[in-house]
Design a protein around this ligand. Structure first.
Ligand code: CUA
Length: 334
């Protein structure tokens, strides 16, 4: 509706959110333009019409309740509409569907690394299926970065020591540009990547480790995009969950944490993810990526009720890719 006239000024719409976002943005632009013309135009008209003339004395006006009510009520309604609309789009942007396909993102000076559930790992190329919700769970190895896909209208800070996330449902096949949008050092402007949106057949091929034919930039032909490099996918090694299981054994977690719900020195991993856990001080928290990370790196921060603080801190002993695998493993233990 509103976006037609300014669509040429915005990047390609590569996701459902992009369309919703553009409608709201266009509404804001047009309503601003309308009031700019109304106010500045009215001002100029009145300044000319009531300019000072010799011998003419202007009328003395003390107030007008009707006008005051009008310029209070109309802007109030407009702002409430903008708030409600913005809240709805923001909610859609931040609440990932529970069945979203999860991909782990690690930012570091100066590249983007991606980890998939089947154990594959790519650098600079994020492979996603078309028309399916994809959730990115992101962290940084060093400083704060920001992950931005203009075509999808999603952007999120990527922060060391914690997890943030974005989600999208891509609906335009091909390659989409990714930027880092938080100054992170010398090569910040070269910290680039491509999201490669694959159709169902390409996605299956990529999952199976087959070589894909060249893929053009989104909205362009191969000849136009001029980057006809063949994309070879790494053969899937061990799945992320199995990598996590191996780490659970090699890092020694197995000594104190069971997988079957039985109580050892520490609580069992079984069925904890997504559920509330109670601590010795009576407080509770819902187990998510950030809680598991904290429990591994700094286990003394929160002590689960019924246990004592005996676990050593693993901060610095588990790297980011290992942490992602461990979390994926714990998450899988329903
Ligand atoms: Cu990473 Cu800027």
């Amino acid at each position: 509706m509103f976006n037609l006239a300014i669509s040429g000024t915005l990047p390609l719409q590569g996701s459902d959110i992009a369309v919703q976002w553009d409608h709201l943005y266009s509404f804001l632009i047009w309503i601003s333009a309308f009031f700019f013309v109304l106010i500045v135009g009215g001002m100029i008209y009145l300044a000319v019409k009531y300019r000072r003339r010799s011998g003419v004395k202007s009328q003395y006006i003390t107030g007008n309740h009707f006008l005051e009510a009008l310029w209070t009520i109309i802007p109030t309604i407009l702002l409430l509409v903008i708030f409600g609309w913005g809240y709805k789009v923001y909610n859609n942007m931040t609440q990932a569907p529970s069945d979203a396909y999860e991909i782990r993102v690690i930012g570091k000076q100066w590249l983007w690394q991606f980890q998939y559930d089947d154990g594959k790992s790519t650098i600079g190329e994020l492979y996603v299926p078309i028309n399916k919700p994809v959730k990115l769970i992101m962290t940084s190895e060093d400083v704060i970065h920001s992950f931005f896909i203009p075509n999808f209208r999603v952007k999120q800070d990527v922060v060391p020591g914690m997890y943030t996330s974005v989600w999208f449902e891509a609906n335009v096949p091909g390659k989409h540009q990714v930027y880092c949008t938080e100054y992170c050092g010398t090569a910040h402007s070269e910290m680039l990547a491509k999201v490669i949106v694959l159709d169902d057949q390409q996605w299956d091929d990529w999952r199976a480790g087959k070589t894909l034919s060249p893929i053009p930039d989104a909205g362009k032909t191969l000849a136009e995009s001029g980057s006809g490099t063949k994309l070879t996918s790494a053969t899937a090694p061990v799945s992320l969950i199995d990598q996590g299981k191996a780490l659970y054994e090699s890092k020694g977690c197995v000594a104190c944490h069971s997988l079957d719900g039985s109580k050892k020195v520490g609580p069992s991993y079984k069925g904890v993810f997504g559920h509330d856990v109670e601590f010795v001080d009576g407080s509770t928290v819902k187990v998510d990526e950030n809680y598991i990370r904290e429990s591994i790196e700094n286990p003394g921060a929160k002590i689960v009720k019924g246990y004592t603080p005996t676990m050593p801190a693993f901060k610095g002993l588990v790297n980011e890719t290992e942490m992602n695998a461990l979390i994926a493993f714990i998450k899988s233990l329903k």
